[in-house]
Design a protein around this ligand. Structure first.
Ligand code: XMP
Length: 321
């Protein structure tokens, strides 16, 4: 009978037996799954675990530094790599969604591999893969909807064995395991975030300036969700599965004072879901949306229009690319 406490005990014991004194590398993304996997492994093998956290430049505002600080305070042995320049230059001028995903996926593997190679005696690559990830990439229909980027292909290439301690769990179980290990609540309740990051939320080509604009708008939306408490005492952030802002590749006419403006439009996306396989658009309160919309238009230079995405998955997906 499953409980987070017994899962932690048996998994830590199994990891100890399986890994012995081997060195293990793990790619941290800042998300719940890889963080919980890292803390479990840290419990089992301590300093034999080296975590690598790559900044591809498409993370949320301040995310790289905030998350690195969190990891360090969890006692993890973590290496942060700022590779944003590489990604910006490789992505320049690329507009096709799958091509963008491929570039980021490959670039990520290159950076990760270069770091991982420095740990010459590593035997294992650990990942925070969970059960729904494997279902989505099994592709029962044989059709690739989106090429999800993870460290695919790398274990074979580097002659590393794969260690996936969470591979039978669902997200809610991963969160319970994290709480069981007393990880900070803001890490546990974090929304999922796609591997390619804001790159799949900037439609069209990517520039550092577009990333900056999107980071500002996204920060206002996410902070707003965290700060809005509903009647039942729960925040809007905790009520939705995932949320973010999409930067649209269009400009529209607006007016500011007595000046005509011609600036960018953004879409807010917030969904409810239990596993990301299906999702419904979140019915956010109108007063909340009015507040966020005003704040974005007033504070984010270059944006003069805010829309709300009311599509469910299927047929839409959660991300726009
Ligand atoms: P879609 O857009 O397919 O997204 O409805 C389903 C869930 O997966 C996340 N997502 C990704 N996660 N690498 C990831 O690790 C990726 O390449 C990727 N693309 C989408 C998305 O944010 C949602 O939670």
């Amino acid at each position: 009978d499953w409980s987070p406490a017994s899962f932690v005990d048996t998994t830590v014991a199994e990891l100890k037996a399986q890994l012995g004194n081997d060195r293990v590398i793990l790619g941290l993304s800042g998300g719940v799954d890889s963080s919980v996997a890292a803390v479990l492994l840290n419990k089992a093998i301590g300093k034999n675990l080296t975590c690598i956290f790559v900044d591809h430049g498409m993370l949320r505002k301040n995310e790289f530094h905030d998350v690195l600080r969190d990891y360090e305070s969890l006692g993890l042995n973590v290496i942060g790599v700022d590779a944003s320049e590489k990604f910006f230059s490789e992505l320049a001028g690329v507009t096709e969604p799958e091509k963008k995903r491929k570039i980021i996926g490959k670039g990520f593997i290159d950076v990760f591999e270069a770091e991982a190679k420095k740990i010459t005696d590593a035997k294992w690559l650990a990942q925070g893969t969970i059960y729904p990830d494997r279902i989505e990439s099994m592709n029962i229909t044989g059709k690739v909807i989106k090429s999800h980027h993870n460290v695919g292909g790398l274990p074979e290439k580097m002659h590393l064995s794969l260690c996936e301690p969470l591979k039978w769990l669902f997200k809610d179980e991963v969160r319970r395991v994290g709480r069981q290990m007393q990880m900070p609540e803001h890490l546990i309740s974090r929304h999922p975030f796609p591997g390619p990051g804001l790159a799949v939320r900037i439609l069209g080509d990517i520039t550092p300036e577009k990333v900056r604009v999107l980071q500002e708008a996204d920060d206002i939306f996410i902070r707003g969700l965290r700060e809005w408490t509903c009647e039942d005492g729960e925040t809007l952030y905790n009520k939705v599965w995932q949320a973010g802002v999409i930067l649209l590749p269009i400009q529209s006419v607006g007016v500011m004072g007595d000046e005509r403006t011609y600036e960018k439009a953004v879409a807010l996306r917030a969904v409810t879901s239990t596993d990301a396989m299906t999702a419904d658009w979140a019915h956010l309160p109108y007063e909340f949306m009015a507040k966020v919309s005003n704040e974005i238009i007033n504070k984010v230079k270059g944006v003069n229009r805010v829309c709300y995405d009311i599509s469910s998955k299927p047929p839409a997906t959660i991300e726009w690319e």
